[in-house]
Design a protein around this ligand. Structure first.
Ligand SMILES: [Fe+2]
Length: 396
């Protein structure tokens, strides 16, 4: 498969998931990203609770402890919590039943629950996941990975909390699209973040940044209507299959079209596969006819697909992917100015972010973009995501 066809095919990749930056339905709200989360630890053994508390590390979360499931219920109803870490063998009903209970109740069904087991037992893991657990972890916990998972779940919950009920349903559905393909990982989260960074670098207003953030999660929601046999086909698609695949843009627009709060996101959903020269779909728009936010998101989408492995291709390096994006701009497919901005902010995303970077807010992202651009223009390498540097910039 040649470079061109890889980039092409990427465009038919499955999409959406989780949250990163936090935007309310009425605009960007960065504050929530800094809000302390309340984490409930449920384990009969004080020593185990201490271990979990230690594994949470330096994050300044409020930690509540319970020694049984009934104490846990009290804690949830009294304090409200953002995440539950429960021992598989928690006294009284045990983790699985407790989890089922939470997932059945409307008020707690989206509360992330991590079950912690003492040994790697596949049957126990399957039972816990069947019960609705969001994660099944084995003690001793690996602090770095553990913290990253906790932070990812907290971000997701914060995003859900910021949405109205109908939006929450759509975001959950969008996440389910991404979860159909385990190779996608945090595709939407990355997309959302990269698009927002580009929007910030271009000086777009908060309303647009909020749309970009949401677009990162919702742009491919129409794939919910695309059968697995097409979405995950390893070989080339037939003409008829391409037609079905391409319909995800219009289907997505229809799915979200009834929600006024998503009006700014609709052009992203419909037009993220248009091309600058008019050869894209669904409407064959050209140049600036293509909504700017769609042009922004599509660059991040192309790049992220190229740097990820798929059932029919392996991942390219960051440099290789950027070169393809640039060559597509030269070929007339992409907006050159947007690609240039992307090239400016890309180095921010080249290094693996440290775990606590997940606490980034829109404000701190903006500060990082600003810092990074200044550093770049002075010809110095700027590892914005290097932990110490990032702290300096964002004030985290
Ligand atoms: Fe798409």
């Amino acid at each position: 498969m040649g470079i061109e066809s890889i980039a092409d095919r990427h465009e038919f990749e499955p999409g959406p998931t989780r949250s990163w930056l936090l935007a309310g339905s009425g605009g960007v709200r960065s504050k929530a990203a800094h809000t302390r989360a309340r984490i409930l630890l449920v384990d009969a053994c004080p020593k185990n609770r201490r271990t979990m508390r230690t594994a949470l590390g330096e994050f300044e979360h409020d930690v509540i402890e319970a020694s049984s499931t009934s104490e846990a219920v009290t804690a949830i109803s009294l304090h409200g919590v953002d995440l539950v870490l429960i021992s598989l063998l928690a006294p009284e009903v045990g983790a699985n039943e407790f989890c089922r209970m939470l997932k059945r109740a409307h008020a707690t069904q989206l509360l992330p629950v991590f079950v912690v087991a003492n040994s790697d037992d596949i049957e126990a893991e399957v039972s816990a996941m069947d019960a609705g657990a969001d994660e099944f972890l084995i003690a001793p916990l690996r602090p770095k990975a553990f913290r990253a998972r906790v932070q990812a779940s907290l971000r997701h919950k914060a995003m859900i909390d910021s949405l109205n009920d109908s939006e929450a349903v759509l975001f959950s559905l969008a996440q389910s699209v991404e979860e159909r393909d385990p190779t996608l990982g945090a595709h939407c989260e990355r997309l959302s973040l990269m698009s927002c960074a580009m929007g910030i670098a271009m000086g777009l207003p908060p309303r647009d940044i909020s749309a970009l953030q949401r677009g990162g999660y919702l742009h491919d929601i129409g794939k919910i209507a695309i059968p697995d046999s097409v979405l995950f086909k390893a070989g080339p698609l037939t003409e008829e299959e391409w037609t079905i695949m391409k319909s995800h843009t219009e289907r997505g627009e229809r799915i979200c079209g009834h929600m006024r709060s998503l009006a700014d996101v609709l052009p992203i959903i419909r037009h993220h596969h248009e091309r600058w020269d008019g050869s894209g779909y669904p409407d064959g728009l050209r140049g600036e006819q293509i909504p700017l936010l769609a042009r922004i998101l599509q660059i991040a989408d192309v790049y992220d697909a190229l740097t990820s492995s798929r059932c029919y291709k392996s991942a390219l390096s960051s440099d290789e992917a950027l070169e393809i994006v640039c060559s597509e701009a030269r070929k007339g497919w992409r907006d050159k100015e947007v690609v240039e901005v992307f090239g400016d902010v890309l180095p921010m995303f080249r290094t693996q972010p440290p775990a606590d970077l997940s606490r980034i807010s829109l404000q701190s992202l903006a500060a990082s973009v600003e810092y990074f651009r200044k550093s770049s223009s002075q010809g110095r390498p700027a590892h914005v995501f290097e932990e110490s540097r990032f702290r300096l910039v964002s004030g985290l």
